[in-house]
Design a protein around this ligand. Sequence first.
Ligand SMILES: [Zn+2]
Length: 208
Amino acid sequence: MATTKPGDNLKLESGWLCLDFSNTMDWHASEHPVESLTSYEALIAWTRAVNLLPERTAQQLLRVANQHPTEAARVLDRAVALREAIYHIFSAAAAGKSPSADDQAAFNVEFSRSLAKSRLAWTKTTFEWGRQGEDGDLDQMLWWIMRSATDLLISEDIQRVGECADDRGCGWLFYDTSRNRTRQWCSMRGCGNRAKAKRHQEKVKSEE
Ligand SMILES: [Zn+2]
């Protein structure tokens, strides 16, 4: 039974795999969200971008997907459904609201699947959760995303999850590491900058 471990150094914007995964949809909180997971290949491209799976595994999954397009499409559907559940559950948490029963149900479908593929792995000094499966499992990235989501959901760190305050509905989630948890924007480069520019414009206008 082979277990593929994720890349050693995840390249995450938010610091949490599950939150970065949620941010694969742009303008998530708007009427016109923009999907970036438009194919199984796009899902693999994301796993590469965040360094989730070793390169040889990514290559292998693309080959398997090519041979089994129906299964790959099914995994993509599951990935998108999981991402939506993750977004809505964390978005509700960030707003101090309860998650909907539908989102919890959708999340738990994948949670059950991931538990069935879990095992305890001994790492010389401690036990940790490990994935049990084959190297060519098309859905293996979902296991790691689920692991990240459940870790964060049951931890006190969930109080540090925020949703971008951009008024056009950015909807990106972030992990607030500021001491007083005052962060508002997904990034100062993106929405923070836009908000600053807008305030500046309004100030200039009011002074005219
Ligand atoms: Zn934003």
